[in-house]
Design a protein around this ligand. Structure first.
Ligand code: S3P
Length: 213
């Protein structure tokens, strides 16, 4: 279910330089549920004139069912395997702006693939921002717990060491979306044009909350 978005502004040199420097690589947005990956991703894609793809939507399309239903009928490990396969396939398809589900980057093979084939950008949001945003919808099976705030706090603790391995970090906060998009575009440009050495990925301890993570 990919979605090619039309350019908002044509010919912006910074955006054009970014796309040229990406070559075949994707831009992958990483971060907790409610961090704004889809909202910001869609707008970044428009600016960069890249196709925007939401991995969660692709998984739902491939499975023919919603994510809550996949969790309920097949369980989380099945969802995680499908998620890893879908992301691997999408990363082979050339430059895209890919929003990933919050747990995807916890998996070693996916993290390595993103490292090899994409520039990764972590949208980092505070627990209170996340809680406020996820409360608006009932579509996160991991948060169907008696204490969603506690679950979010534990997920943040487990996941941040992994998210910290992304190439770029942007603070996702309650300011106009275009401000976050502007910061992300500038940071992407800086990352791509700053001289830097290749890095290997460290491996922090796994996510104790989730068997497949
Ligand atoms: C998950 C995040 C969700 C979705 C699934 C699991 C997670 O995606 O993939 O419910 O483990 O954090 P979003 O981050 O887009 O909400």
């Amino acid at each position: 279910m990919s979605e090619t978005v039309l350019p908002a502004l044509a010919g912006a040199t910074q955006e054009a330089a970014i796309v040229a420097a990406l070559g075949r690589r994707a831009v992958v947005l990483v971060g907790m549920m409610g961090a704004g990956k889809s909202t910001i991703g869609r707008r970044m894609a428009m600016r960069l004139r890249l196709p925007f793809i939401d991995a969660d939507h692709e998984i739902e399309a491939a499975a023919g069912m919603s994510i809550p239903d996949i969790f309920e009928v097949h369980g989380e490990p099945h969802f995680r395997d499908g998620e890893a396969r879908v992301i691997a396939r999408l990363l082979e398809g050339g430059p895209i702006l890919l929003a990933t589900g919050g747990g995807a980057f916890m998996r070693d093979d996916t993290r390595q693939r993103i490292h090899d084939k994409a520039i990764s950008l972590w949208l980092k949001a505070d627990a209170d921002v996340i809680l406020r945003r996820v409360k608006k919808r009932e579509n996160r099976p991991l948060l169907k717990t008696p204490d969603p705030a506690g679950t979010i706090a534990r997920l943040i603790e487990a996941r941040h060491p992994f998210y910290e391995q992304t190439d770029i970090t942007i603070d996702s906060r309650d300011v106009p979306h275009e401000k976050i998009v502007d910061e992300a575009i500038v940071a992407l440009h800086e990352h791509l044009f700053r001289p830097h050495t290749a890095s290997a990925l460290p491996t922090p301890a796994g996510d104790p909350l989730s068997p497949s993570l």
